[in-house]
Design a protein. Structure first.
Ligand code: 16G
Ligand code: ZN
Length: 542
């Protein structure tokens, strides 16, 4: 490692002294103007990770659903997965090292992680449409080149497309071709094959309105449009030509405000969906004839997809196990429906895609979704091989079911949640089952719920267990929550420190909206009092 060159180039991407950032749930994320040094250093780190794993590593420059002024960066591991936890720590150390210490910290990491420095390194880079992203990805490239890593800059990509590229490259093209065209061809072919099996054509239903959050999703969906045109017509809104990224639109806005995005023309009973700023999240919704807004979130997406997969498994008569993974944010009705009506085992993990992804890998078929719309389906290698074999060997109806499962394997982006791929799976399932958006929505009724934020002096005073459903510290807080929950019917509440904002999040659900609001407020007050609240105490209705 040429540490003199590192030092020299690092000075061009100097760290503002005193700035401390953490590689959080989804990488580094903050105001774009504070990120130049982080980008350069993540370029360096990706080279080390690539040498250590002897594989291609990905770097994505994006801040997902955050405001346009923010940016962020995350590394993608060889199988298209999130960076391993021990390397998240290395990333944090490297990003926070003061300028003069940085080369030494870099060297320490390479020793600790037993990186063989003679090994070649290859890094692929993608970025979203933020005004700051191009320059920041150039800083990543500077970091990669100073350590003599090779790289390919894909330029504008959705986050899941970058994950896909990494996985393709590390599996010798077995998963697909590591090009945009390869991605579009793979998904569209699987979509067309799958929907061909539909008994009725249902043409009138094959159009969908998509809110692209004024982000990268618009560009990429537009590129893909003609590949799927025969099966689905998409009408794009918030395509970035006018509005600001994630401003009053996108999946995060729709989910947290429970209302339609601005800039979308909705008529009653029309199927609509929203992506987030880097197109790894999706939620659906519609207006009923009375103009009421209905949100169909990640929980209902998981329910639709897993019930479809379960039916196909029953059809082929194979005992492949299927499990659904959720977080504490999953609506209580969805968990009950999955367990009691669909008889599918449900598991709960901590918030953050990597936790769900990890758990889902334990099943032949693992369906995971966060309520906020992040999610996908994972097929184990053994399940995939079995299904492919059955698709050749079985006959008639059974063969058809096995073939459909095979198509789903190709259609779903198994590297990470992918709004485009999820959208196509959902559309295909609706077509195949002949379901309208209202019928899908009516599978179960969400319990009214409320999410609030509480400002505290140090959110780390709150620690949790049981997949964030129980508070351990500060003492007395869990008891207080238990007492409050007892006062309402069908109620549940939990609190956790946010991994992306300097606040504590509160979630409550109950039999009515009024009760959910009142419970959430009472729990917020308990947090404020017992966990060092700052500023004004939470007030009802805010
Ligand atoms: C990040 C996570 C998301 C999680 C959210 C929680 C990824 C790719 N993204 O956006 O899964 O739901 O953080 O944020 O892992 P919070 O900790 O602020 O509630
Ligand atoms: Zn995102």
């Amino acid at each position: 490692m040429d540490l003199d060159a590192v030092k020299e180039h690092s000075a061009l991407h100097a760290k503002p002294s005193g700035l401390v950032l953490q590689y959080g749930t989804a990488g580094f994320r903050t105001k774009a103007e504070h990120l130049d040094h982080v980008m350069f250093r993540m370029g360096l780190l990706a080279v080390l990770r690539s040498k250590q794993t002897k594989s291609t590593i990905g770097i994505m420059v994006t801040a997902s659903h955050n405001p346009e002024e923010d940016n962020g960066v995350k590394l993608v591991d060889p199988l298209g997965e999130m960076l391993a936890p021990s390397w998240e720590e290395h990333a944090t150390c490297l990003a926070n090292a003061e300028e003069q210490d940085m080369p030494r910290v870099l060297l320490d990491i390479s020793v600790k992680a037993a990186v063989s420095l003679q090994q070649d390194a290859f890094v692929v880079i993608g970025r979203d449409t933020r005004p700051s992203s191009e320059k920041l990805s150039q800083s990543v490239i500077d970091g990669v080149t100073v350590l003599k890593g090779q790289f390919h800059d894909y330029g504008l990509l959705t986050t899941p497309q970058l994950h896909y590229m990494v996985y393709c490259r590390n599996t010798g093209g077995q998963y697909g071709k590591a090009t945009l065209e390869g991605y579009y061809e793979k998904l569209s072919k699987a979509f067309m094959e799958l929907t061909k099996q539909a008994s009725c054509s249902g043409d009138e239903n094959r159009s969908l309105k998509v809110d692209c959050a004024n982000g990268i999703g618009a560009l990429k969906l537009r590129e893909m449009e003609h590949y799927i045109a025969q099966g689905l017509s998409v009408q794009l809104f918030n395509d970035g030509t006018k509005g600001k990224l994630n401003h009053l639109c996108g999946a995060d806005f729709v989910k947290s405000h429970q209302k339609p995005p601005h800039g979308m023309e909705m008529k009653s009973n029309e199927r609509c969906c929203s992506f987030d700023g880097d197109a790894d999240r999706i939620v659906y919704y519609y207006l009923d004839v009375d103009g009421h807004f209905h949100l169909i979130d990640g929980d209902k997406i998981a329910t639709l997809i897993s019930s479809f997969l379960k039916e196909l498994l029953l059809e082929i008569g194979e005992s492949l196990n299927i499990g659904v993974v959720q977080t504490a944010y999953a609506n209580g009705s969805s968990t009950r429906y999955l367990e009691e009506v669909m008889k599918v085992p449900v598991y709960c993990t901590k918030t953050g895609v990597k936790h769900l992804h990890h758990k889902a890998q334990e099943f032949d078929i693992g369906v995971y979704f966060e309520a906020n719309g992040h999610g996908t389906v994972l097929f184990s290698k053994a399940a995939e091989t079995k299904i492919k074999q059955l698709a050749r060997e079985l006959e008639d109806k059974k063969r058809k079911a096995a073939k459909m499962l095979e198509n789903v394997i190709d259609l779903i982006n198994q590297t990470a949640g992918d709004a485009v791929s999820d959208m196509l799976v959902i559309e295909a399932v609706l077509i195949l089952k002949g379901l309208t958006v209202q019928q899908w929505d009516a599978l179960y009724r969400d319990l009214p719920n409320r999410q609030l934020k509480v400002k505290v002096a140090d959110r780390q005073v709150i620690s949790t267990t049981d997949a964030e459903r129980q508070v351990v510290t500060p003492p007395g807080l869990q008891e207080a929550i238990n007492d409050l929950v007892k006062k309402y019917k069908l109620s549940r509440a939990f609190v956790r420190p946010s991994g992306t904002e300097d606040i504590v999040r509160v979630y409550a659900e109950a039999d009515s909206q009024e009760n959910a609001d009142s419970l959430a407020h009472a729990v917020s007050l308990a947090v404020f009092q017992l966990a060092g609240g700052v500023g004004e105490a939470p007030q009802l209705g805010l």
